[in-house]
Ligand binder design. Structure first.
Ligand SMILES: [Zn+2]
Length: 345
């Protein structure tokens, strides 16, 4: 136990160092807050470092590209289709939607062309925002959640997949997202799961993930911003968690109630991280299954992407396949001056 910077969720200062290396073997300290169970990087990068990285070099560092290649579009498109399928009940009535951290625009494209949403995107990376605008014809604002003057709010639905863990001020970001929703609107958040044991122990922590969440900590984050959790799920491999919140000001909980929400969770997270040892991991069937399925997915992506070169063709093929199986064609999108969607006379 040592003194440390305050926890980005509960501001507690009692922490335990749970890792000293990132997944590439470089020095990186991650601490577990023993009050709430959030894991966070210490020291945090500066605002200027983060801004520069996400606007310019992040995708290049991660994938070696400035714009997504066809196989990236296909992979992201398939993931987006799964995500869209899960939130299908939220897509009735052509919701006004915002996809935060929309990347190359795959989710945004499917939200629009399959889900019938009137959707916009927000993306900090220049190359990916331009790709989504120019190659897919999507309305994408370039910028950051914490400082985006172009976003007016009043959304029925906001989606934010694998973004929150990259933000230096998650509480501030959640307050802003809550403000951008109309009362009763929904926020869908997906992040990596701090309880995940599907990856090798040495691959657990990434230097871009400033915070690592579990269901109780993520729900607590929403509860302090007037967001009530309405559903929560863990992915089949345990690697990701998704919580759907609704904006409900009665649930802007006071501090003691927030603390109750994560009571005992830090102990649980500590035990999971300590128990996730290399020997146990490599003996587990999950590791073998993961290797096999990753290889199959990569081969399949290369083959399909070779056939479909253009990002729009790839996503249209996904839309078509989805409609043929489980999605009916959406009704026409109502014009802004015709909000009921009734046929014009
Ligand atoms: Zn904490």
């Amino acid at each position: 136990m040592s003194d440390s910077p305050s926890c980005p969720l509960c501001e507690g200062r009692q922490t335990l160092v749970v890792s000293n290396r990132d997944r590439d073997g470089r020095a990186l300290s991650n601490r577990l807050c023993t009050s709430c169970g959030l894991v966070f990087i210490d020291p945090q990068p500066t605002r200027a470092e983060l801004d520069q990285w996400y606007a310019q070099s992040y995708r290049l560092d991660y994938k070696g590209v400035i714009e997504p290649r066809p196989r990236h579009v296909l992979r992201a498109g398939r993931v987006a289709l799964d995500r869209l399928t899960r939130i299908r009940p939220l897509l009735t009535g052509h919701p006004r939607a915002l996809d935060v951290g929309c990347g190359g625009g795959e989710m945004l494209y499917l939200l629009t062309h399959l889900g019938g949403a009137r959707a916009e995107g927000l993306e900090p990376n220049e190359g990916y925002a331009r790709h989504a605008r120019e190659r897919l014809g999507l309305p994408v604002h370039q910028g950051f959640v914490e400082r985006s003057r172009e976003i007016t709010g009043g959304y029925d639905l906001i989606t934010i997949h694998h973004v929150l863990e990259h933000l230096a001020q998650p509480r501030m970001a959640m307050d802003i997202l809550s403000d951008w929703l109309r009362p009763g609107g929904h926020l869908v958040v997906e992040v990596p799961n701090v309880e995940a044991t599907c990856q090798a122990p040495a691959h657990t922590f990434h230097r871009a993930h400033l915070t690592t969440w579990g269901l109780p900590t993520l729900e607590r984050l929403g509860l302090q911003s007037g967001l009530r959790p309405v559903s929560a799920q863990v992915s089949a491999d345990g690697g990701n968690i998704e919580v759907v919140f609704t904006r409900d000001e009665r649930f802007r909980l006071p501090a003691p109630d927030l603390a109750d929400h994560t009571a005992g969770y830090a102990t649980q997270v500590g035990e999971i991280l300590r128990g996730h040892t290399p020997a146990r991991h490599y003996l587990s069937a999950a590791a073998l299954r993961r290797l096999g399925s990753r290889w199959r997915a990569q081969v399949g992506e290369r083959l399909d992407a070779r056939r479909l070169r253009e990002p729009r063709m790839i996503l249209d093929a996904l839309v078509k396949a989805a409609r043929a199986s489980r999605w009916p064609a959406p009704a026409p999108v109502p014009a802004p001056d015709n909000p009921t969607g009734a046929a014009p006379r």
